[in-house]
Write a protein that binds this ligand. Structure first.
Ligand SMILES: [Zn+2]
Ligand SMILES: [Zn+2]
Ligand SMILES: [Zn+2]
Length: 312
């Protein structure tokens, strides 16, 4: 658990994204929750040296990377020799699970600190077809508290893959196990429409791009500035300090996804960029988890998380 899930625990199954957007949080809950989040942060900061949630995401991340390196060495060894110390593999996997738990606490701590400091930018929203950009902004980010009912893997926000135009009814939770295959078939293809309660979202969206613009106006505005947005994405692409960020992580490896550019794109902004696991080694080699940045709101959220400034 982390600070946010503890505060929201009263309202049961609140899903929380990597940047602290929370689903199923009604307006009346928010006014009570914010002071509790602020109090929790104040207490945590007083016990800085004791609270485990204070450990930096970088230090947890470095440890998880070591574990993944070790596991891939063992995998190579197994491929070469047919032998593996399976107890060691299980121990490393357990260690990785614990570290992912720590990352979750760290995510929630960072988000709670931001809520505490920038209270006025956060609010509860009821999403309709004019404000889908608030949900789209959270798409592809790590989601806590939303396990797949079939296989227990974490789910993520996703559009219905079969459709190109989006309205609220095309948004759903998709199992991340989909990206793994056995004998050519997706391990789990569970997908569910957002529940009506999921449209009650607490997010850092009390900002003009969300409150003064409809989703389609927002989209048109971003697309009218394609060359500038591409230029900014290219800068991030080249900068190893910011081209992988904690809000977007591989559900298995726990490492931040890395920004990549499609080799054969059609020249438009929405077809150019995606995030891939650093353990990706090629088509069907290594980790296949990925996140396409294919909506203006996603690009906005990604730029905002990586550079501190969104599209505008
Ligand atoms: Zn599943
Ligand atoms: Zn311009
Ligand atoms: Zn991965």
């Amino acid at each position: 658990m982390g600070i946010l899930s503890e505060v929201f625990a009263a309202v049961a199954d609140v899903a929380i994204t990597g940047v602290g957007a929370a689903f199923r949080v009604a307006k009346k809950i928010v006014s009570a929750a914010i002071p509790r989040i602020q109090a929790a942060i104040a207490i945590a900061k007083n016990t800085w040296n004791h609270a485990r949630s204070q450990r930096s995401a970088e230090s947890i991340g470095a440890e998880i990377k070591d574990v993944n390196d070790h596991l891939s060495q063992l995998q190579l060894q197994y491929e070469r020799t047919g032998k593996v110390d399976s107890e060691l593999v299980e121990r490393l996997k357990a260690q990785r699970r614990d570290l992912k738990g720590e990352l979750r606490e760290s995510d929630e701590f960072i988000a709670a600190s931001d809520i505490s400091a920038n209270e006025k930018e956060y609010d509860a929203f009821i999403i309709d077809n004019d404000s889908t950009h608030i949900i789209e902004a959270a798409m592809g980010q790590t989601v806590h508290n939303k396990p797949c009912p079939k296989c227990k893997w974490p789910m993520r926000l996703q559009w219905n893959r079969k459709l190109s135009v989006t309205s609220t009814s095309d948004l759903g939770w998709a199992c991340t196990h989909w990206y793994w295959k056995t004998n050519g078939a997706h391990v789990c293809d569970h997908w569910e429409k957002l529940h009506p309660d999921d449209f009650q979202i607490f997010a850092k969206a009390n900002r003009p791009e969300f409150t003064d613009l409809t989703a389609s106006q927002f989209s048109d505005l971003v697309l009218a500035h394609q060359p500038e947005v591409i230029e900014r994405m290219e800068d991030v692409l080249k900068d190893s300090q910011i081209n992988s960020i904690n809000a977007y992580r591989c559900p298995v490896h726990g490492e931040p996804l890395v920004l990549r550019k499609k080799i054969q794109h059609n020249g438009t902004l929405l077809d150019m960029y995606h995030l891939k696991c650093p353990r990706w080694k090629g088509v069907n080699v290594g980790c296949q988890y990925m996140d396409k940045l294919k909506s203006p709101a996603q690009l906005h959220a990604f730029l905002s998380a990586s550079t501190g400034q969104g599209v505008f």
